[in-house]
Write a protein that binds this ligand. Structure first.
Ligand code: ATP
Ligand code: MG
Length: 403
């Protein structure tokens, strides 16, 4: 792989995606990608190590073959209920007072903000500066080159359970690759689908995946909150399978072919053919009933999202509203059911800008965002000297601010 390209891995609960992207001067170009079905991840945690490693191996090998290049290490998207975010502050006196601030000052003040106490079984994954202050002047995005006597930073620190992170790393190593860096998936999804204006205004990105729904709030151009709900599109499928007494495969097929999240929009006269377990032939049922089952689960997901947004305190004012993404948002009327359940927010469904090249755009927000973020933070990902394990590298990724 050439120096300016980056390989990322989205370990989803329904699929593993490997994507290689590079900077093409103006933006990002996708050089190759592969998505492989995988049932080994559950709610962001490795539940079946051999299955996850197999899927990683298949996905990465496929991209390597297509590109005729070797991939050495991967930037991994990480999620799960074990991920937590804390807001922290750092301070650095500038000596001699009044001199110009350097890149090193910025790294040091961010590092200072990282000296917070966290439980012994947890570790920091990322530290993202949200705002700098020079001599008390607020809302500075790029302090390098300014003069001052005191530099402060407000930063967002994502932490995760050590064992969960180790299992992900183990699965990647087992498949034959090294971890370049871990990045939280909700941050990546936001970068994948939000416009710069939405990031500035205050917007929540909600990625409805298979077994999780990842939430992040962006404001003033940076992430300020993230959360993960252990419910997603797979729950919709299992509700259908249980209530209609079908196999999971038949339930998934019905959802994709005839599903919708707002039952009242479906004509009462429409019917769908359902193959129930133990029945030799398909039988007709009202399509509206199918959609009522879907609607009830989608409403639950929307109200759980609303609760998380309210808990965050930032969620009460979100001029940019909610942007839905992830495979679960591809269901018909997903935006409308969120608007009906959470009337205070305006809602849109977002796809990554490069999505049309990817076949399944909504499920690709995380991969595209991971690549975009990783390319912007390339310098910080690259250790100054020698091979350094990802845990020991500078995790103060602040290139994002110069976007
Ligand atoms: N067109 C569609 N209509 C309805 N649901 C869809 C559609 N396409 C995909 N899905 C659903 O999206 C879910 C998978 O979404 P996605 O690919 O974003 O998940 P993932 O990244 O593998 O999982 P997670 O993010 O939870 O780890 C599945 O439940 C699938 O049924
Ligand atoms: Mg996902």
């Amino acid at each position: 792989m050439n120096n300016e390209s980056i390989a990322v891995l989205d370990l989803g609960s329904t699929k593993v995606t490997c994507l290689v992207a590079s900077s093409d001067g103006e933006g990002m170009a996708i050089d190759g990608f592969a998505s492989v079905p995988c049932r080994g991840m559950r709610r962001g945690q490795v539940a079946d190590m051999p299955e996850v490693s197999r899927a990683i191996r298949e996905a990465v090998q496929k991209v390597q073959q297509d590109l005729e290049e070797d991939i050495e290490s991967l930037v991994i998207g990480i999620t799960g209920a074990h991920i937590e975010g804390i807001n922290s502050q750092g301070l650095r006196p500038i000596i001699p007072a009044g001199r110009k601030l350097t890149h090193q000052d910025v790294l040091e003040v961010i590092n200072h903000s990282r000296s917070v106490m966290i439980d012994q079984d947890r570790e920091q994954i990322q530290c993202l500066p949200r705002e700098f202050r020079v001599d008390g002047q607020r809302n500075i995005r790029q302090p390098v080159g300014m003069s001052g006597t005191k530099l402060e930073v407000l930063s967002y620190i994502a932490t995760g359970a050590i064992t969960s992170l180790q299992n992900v790393e183990e699965a990647v190593n087992e498949a034959g690759w090294k971890v370049e860096q871990m990045v939280i998936q909700s941050l990546a999804s936001g970068i994948g689908v939000l416009t710069p204006e939405e990031m500035q205004l205050g917007t929540a990105v909600v990625d409805i995946g298979g077994s999780t729904t990842d939430i992040a709030i962006f404001v003033n151009g940076s992430i300020a909150f993230s959360a993960c709900i252990p419910v997603g599109g797979s729950n919709v499928t299992s509700d259908l399978s249980q209530l209609l007494k079908t196999s999971p495969e038949e339930a998934e097929r019905l959802k994709l072919a005839s599903g919708a999240a707002l039952a009242e929009r479906i004509d009462e006269k429409e019917s769908v053919e359902v193959i129930q377990l133990g029945q030799p032939v398909a039988r007709p049922m009202q399509r509206r009933v199918l959609c009522e089952i879907i609607e009830s689960r989608m409403r639950e997901i929307a109200s759980l999202v609303g609760k998380k947004l309210e808990d965050s305190t930032l969620g009460t004012v979100l001029p940019g509203g909610i942007v839905l993404t992830g495979g679960g948002s591809a269901i018909k009327f997903a935006g409308q059911i969120f608007e009906a359940t959470l009337p205070r927010y305006r809602v849109r469904v977002g796809e990554p800008t490069l999505g049309t090249k990817l076949g399944h755009p909504v499920g690709m927000a995380t991969s595209v965002g991971l690549a975009s973020f990783a390319l912007q933070c390339f310098d910080e990902f690259s250790p100054a000297d020698g091979i350094v394990p990802w845990r020991d590298r500078v995790k103060t990724l602040f290139s994002m601010l110069s976007r």
